[in-house]
Write a protein that binds this ligand. Structure first.
Ligand SMILES: Nc1ncnc2c1ncn2[C@@H]1O[C@H](COP(=O)(O)OP(=O)(O)OP(=O)(O)O)[C@@H](O)[C@H]1O
Length: 318
């Protein structure tokens, strides 16, 4: 059996949001008792509507946010026990908007070299040569090294962000909507690059996207999140061929809607997104579920294990 590169064990994260005059404080459950494993070399795609907890999960895995309960283990080590530099050598992020995440006043060579410099122990010459090799690896020409982010296209900027993420040779990359801010024509190039790098460098990805077509293209396994919980998880092929949860089915139907940009996919379940400060009792999906039965209103479904994965729905039997 392959060792897990990422393990989430009963992870929960809540946020306390201050109210105001006459408005009480609210407790938001952004991630609610989530467990999964990603084998080394795998890609777990995480999908779900805006606000379902995808980015919070990414920040928990990266160690940028501590869990309220549960634990995260990457490459056999508890994230909570690692210092920043050790974490940086093991796990790196690629975020949605490379323009926001790259310092506009620094040249590409400094942006990509910074993680190496921060680790210490390398000469300037060694850093320069590793940066050059990495820029070449992500398909950027040599003369790009002296440019500023403002002098690059969106796709080139995301290549710089990928080079910066990989320059320490991490084992795990958390991609949070890495192509959502890019033109459609550039998205495929970046996805292909990420797939190629994973193969060549034996990387493991947690790949977050609201775009199911993208996830189908890159993921080996898919987790579907709804109001902080993983309501279905299965191998990519099985999930797209035979979705079990009514929410997954609604999400898949939304792939056919012509909305390639950012925002809320039209899942055909009405306009209003569910509120994580006010999670319904019983099955949390029941108010929007087209096939809910009386039991769904009162009893939260437990997890059902199927040959192809797991699902939380009263109507699915093993
Ligand atoms: N720092 C925070 N303080 C308070 N609430 C937060 C914080 N971060 C996230 N939340 C809330 O937690 C819930 C989950 O947010 P999260 O950003 O993880 O969702 P998401 O699925 O990534 O959404 P999107 O696709 O819009 O980025 C939301 O209701 C959000 O408002």
């Amino acid at each position: 059996m392959t060792a897990a590169a990422i393990e989430a064990r009963s992870v929960r994260r809540t946020f306390r949001v201050r109210g105001g005059m006459l408005v009480p404080d609210r407790n938001i459950v952004a991630v609610d008792d989530v467990s999964f494993e990603v084998p080394a070399g795998g890609v777990l795609g995480v999908v779900g509507e805006s606000g379902c907890g995808k980015s919070t999960l990414a920040r928990l895995i990266l160690g940028l946010l501590p869990p309220t309960a549960g634990e995260i283990v990457v490459d056999g080590q508890r994230v909570a026990d690692m210092d920043r530099r050790a974490r940086a050598r093991l796990i790196q992020p690629v975020f949605q908007d490379p323009f926001a995440s790259l310092n506009p006043r620094r040249r590409v060579r400094d942006i990509v070299g910074l993680p190496l410099a921060a680790q210490g122990g390398l000469s300037r010459r060694e850093i320069a040569s590793q940066v050059e090799a990495m820029l070449e690896r992500v398909g950027l020409a040599r003369d790009m090294a002296d440019r500023l982010p403002t002098q690059l296209s969106g796709g080139q900027r995301q290549r710089v962000a990928i080079a910066r993420a990989l320059v320490l040779r991490p084992r795990i990359v958390v991609c949070d909507e890495p192509t959502s801010a890019l033109d459609v024509s550039v998205q495929a190039q970046i996805l292909n690059l990420l797939a190629e790098l994973r193969r060549d460098l034996n990387l493991t990805y947690l790949f977050i996207s609201h775009n199911l077509a993208v996830v189908e293209h890159v993921a080996t396994e898919v987790a579907v999140m709804y109001l902080g919980r993983i309501v279905e998880r299965a191998g990519t092929e099985a999930l797209f061929r035979a979705p079990q949860h009514p929410y997954t089915r609604a999400l898949l139907a939304s792939v056919l809607t012509p909305e390639p940009g950012l925002g809320v996919p039209d899942v055909g379940l009405g306009d209003s997104l569910p509120d994580p400060a006010n999670i319904p009792g019983g099955c949390r999906f029941h108010p929007r579920c087209p096939v809910a039965i009386d039991r769904c209103r009162h009893v939260a479904p437990s997890l059902t294990r199927l040959p192809t994965g797991i699902v939380e729905c009263h109507l699915v039997v093993a």
